[in-house]
Design a protein around this ligand. Structure first.
Ligand code: GTP
Ligand code: MG
Length: 235
C-alpha cells in the first residue's frame, strides 16, 4: 500500500460503500484503506468488513468498542497506515462531505509538500451553495477564531480532509496528539506548523452530508476551544 485513505466511521452505513467506490474510481496508485469504526449500531463495521473482502488490495478495518471520538480514531488509523507501510496518508470523512474527485489533485500536491490541506478557504474553494447565510458565517468565523487562537497560517484549520507524507506524521508523533473531537484537526495543523513543515492548500468545495446524522455538538466545540487555547499557552 502506497497511499492509505483513513476513514473514521460512526453510523455511516449508507455512505461508506459509496465513498469507497468513488475513491477506487479515481485510479490512485497503490491505493489502500483503513476504516476505524466505533461499533456503529447501524452496522457500518460489518459493511466495512464486506468491502474489505471485495477489495483487491490492503483494506484494514479497525473495530473499537463504543464511540471514542474522532481524534482517537484518527490516531489509531494513522498508526495502522504507517505500520502497513503507507508513504502517503490521507484523512477524510465517510459522509461524502469531502468529494473523492479532489483526491488526485490533493495527492499530487504531496510531491512538493509534507502536508496538503484540502481547503474551503483557499481561492477556488468553498462550502455547499445550499448552506444559508448564517451557516456560512458560523463556519467561516469559527475557522477564523481557531486560526487566531493557535496562530495557524493555513486558511482552513478545522476541516479533516488532508494528506500527509509519512515523515510528517512520524515527525509530529501521533501519540502526542491529545484532542478527541472537533479540535483534533486544528491541533494537527498547529503541530505541523510548529514542526516547520511545508504545508500547502488545495481548494475544494465542502458538501453537506445527504445521509446519516451529524456528530457535531455545541459541547464538543466549546470544549475544543478551551483545550486549543490551553495548547497555545503551551500547557
Ligand atoms: N470512529 C469514529 N468516527 C467518528 C466519531 N465521530 C465522528 N466520526 C466520523 O468522523 C467523520 C466526521 O465526523 P464529524 O465531522 O465529527 O461529524 P459530522 O457528522 O461529519 O459533522 P458535520 O460537520 O455536521 O457533517 C465521519 O466520518 C464520522 O462518521 C467517533 O467517535 N468515532
Ligand atoms: Mg461531516
Amino acid at each position: 500500500m502506497k497511499t492509505a485513505i483513513v476513514v473514521p466511521t460512526y453510523n455511516e452505513a449508507e455512505t461508506l460503500p459509496v465513498l469507497i467506490e468513488k475513491v477506487v474510481a479515481q485510479g490512485i496508485d497503490g491505493l489502500g484503506f483503513v476504516v476505524v469504526d466505533d461499533g456503529s449500531p447501524d452496522g457500518t463495521g460489518e459493511i466495512a468488513d464486506e468491502l474489505a473482502q471485495k477489495f483487491y488490495g490492503t483494506f484494514i478495518v479497525v473495530h473499537r468498542e463504543g464511540k471514542q471520538g474522532l481524534g482517537t480514531a484518527y490516531k489509531v488509523g494513522f498508526r495502522s497506515a504507517l505500520d502497513a507501510g503507507a508513504e502517503l496518508i490521507i484523512e477524510m470523512d465517510a459522509d461524502l462531505s469531502h468529494p473523492p474527485e479532489v483526491l488526485p489533485g490533493l495527492i499530487a500536491k504531496l510531491e512538493n509538500a509534507d502536508v496538503a490541506v484540502a481547503s474551503r478557504y483557499a481561492p477556488g474553494g468553498g462550502v455547499d451553495p445550499e448552506w444559508n447565510w448564517g451557516r456560512k458565517q458560523i463556519s467561516f468565523w469559527g475557522n477564523v477564531g481557531i486560526r487566531l487562537i493557535l496562530g495557524i497560517k493555513v486558511r482552513d484549520a478545522t476541516a479533516g480532509f488532508k494528506g500527509f507524507r509519512r515523515e510528517a506524521l512520524e515527525k509530529i508523533g501521533i501519540q502526542n496528539l491529545t484532542l478527541k473531537g472537533f479540535g483534533f484537526q486544528a491541533e494537527v495543523a498547529y503541530r505541523c506548523q510548529q514542526a516547520g513543515m511545508r504545508v500547502v492548500e488545495h481548494p475544494y468545495v465542502f458538501m453537506e452530508r445527504t445521509a446519516g446524522k451529524s456528530k457535531m455538538s455545541f459541547r464538543i466545540v466549546v470544549e475544543s476551544l478551551f483545550r486549543l487555547t490551553w495548547i497555545r499557552l503551551g500547557r
